[in-house]
Design a protein around this ligand. Structure first.
Ligand SMILES: [Zn+2]
Length: 351
């Protein structure tokens, strides 16, 4: 794909990244998650825009078809959204367990939650101006949002999730109006809280996407390549079957696309069959390693999936966000993704 081309989402095997890309070192400290900003005031606003612009250009240069913002304007995939809401006190903090994995000091819900103003809509408008390619924007999912807070008000995870779903829906509708083609909800909690997911988690997610014409995606993964996550993965055994819980529910849901982790993971590839009929954004790039995949490796992972998903429903992607990686590594992985998808595309066209 050359720069300036305008492929549609219907390109065979359109490539896309899950979300974050490393930020430039002048904007935030590199290779750490949730790094504090290096700029402030107007310089920060301008710096974020320059970083977003550069992330778009680099995705285009590396042949990514569905372009995103690389999450250059946010510090954290959940917290940055919550910071813009009323009803949450960031000064009052409690220690809670995140996804049953690690302790974190989190803000407290002290009253009714509401969105006082759009959160990412200006940034999305800016992204829209940078490219004619299809664009994707990621939001946290309702269940993952409640898992990073202490609730001192509703005292009900379900009710709080429902409130967040309503807020997310307002934001998503405005993102769509700003020209976003694909709206993704990050729900790593779906890999942990199976009972709640079944009882109300998927319904809350559907509520968040209500009335959208944009394509909707849910991203479920085993997390960034940070130690707490890699330690957890080491306890999961030879076969990671967590998706077996969520996929049948999502297959019956109104969500269009499911984004999952695959490459170099212990997820049995045949679990994708449980999603039959949905679009599948398949992780063909490992974000927990700095080793760059070869095009053959990427194509190999994608090829295996084709037994369980129709080629016109496969979207080659990364396992998760790439924020903690060195910048050059992340970008070279984008090139590997494009090259691997291109190899397989040639095979399919040659038939
Ligand atoms: Zn992820």
């Amino acid at each position: 794909m050359t720069v300036g081309a305008t492929p549609t989402v219907n390109t065979l095997l359109p490539t896309s990244i899950v979300g974050s890309l490393p930020k430039p070192s002048w904007l935030a400290k590199p290779e750490i998650l949730w790094a504090p900003w290096e700029l402030e005031g107007d310089a920060l606003v301008e710096g974020k825009q320059d970083a977003l612009r550069s992330a778009v250009q680099e995705q285009q240069r590396r042949g990514i078809d569905i372009v995103s913002d690389g999450e250059q304007t946010r510090q954290h995939f959940v917290t940055t959204f919550i910071e813009h809401l009323d009803g949450v006190d960031f000064e009052r903090r409690e220690t809670v367990r995140i996804r049953n994995r690690y302790d974190a000091s989190v803000p407290t819900v002290v009253g009714a939650v509401s969105r006082r103003a759009p959160v990412f809509v200006e940034d999305a408008r800016f992204l829209r101006q940078q490219t004619d390619q299809p664009i994707k924007w990621a939001l946290p999912g309702p269940m993952t949002m409640i898992d990073t807070l202490y609730d001192g008000h509703y005292k009900s995870r379900e009710q709080l999730a429902w409130e967040f779903a309503t807020i997310l829906n307002e934001e998503a509708r405005e993102l769509e109006a700003a020209g976003v083609d694909v709206i993704q909800f990050d729900e790593p909690s779906f890999n942990v809280f199976f009972d709640e997911m079944r009882d109300w988690g998927v319904a809350a997610l559907e509520r968040a996407t209500e009335g959208l014409r944009a394509e909707t995606v849910v991203h479920i993964c085993y997390g960034y390549g940070i130690k707490a996550n890699t330690d957890w993965k080491a306890t999961l055994g030879a076969e990671w079957r967590q998706y077996e819980e969520s996929f049948p529910l999502l297959q019956r849901s109104s969500i269009d696309t499911v984004s999952l982790e695959s490459h170099r993971s212990n997820v049995p590839i045949e679990l994708i069959e449980l999603l039959r009929g949905k679009r599948v954004m398949l992780g063909a790039i490992d974000v927990a390693s700095e080793e760059i995949e070869t095009p053959e490796e990427v194509a190999g992972t994608l090829r295996k999936a084709l037994e369980f998903v129709d080629a016109d429903k496969l979207v080659p992607s990364t396992n998760c966000g790439m924020a903690p990686l060195p910048r050059a590594v992340a970008y070279d992985k984008l090139s590997a993704l494009r090259a691997g998808a291109a190899l397989l595309r040639e095979e399919l066209v040659a038939g």
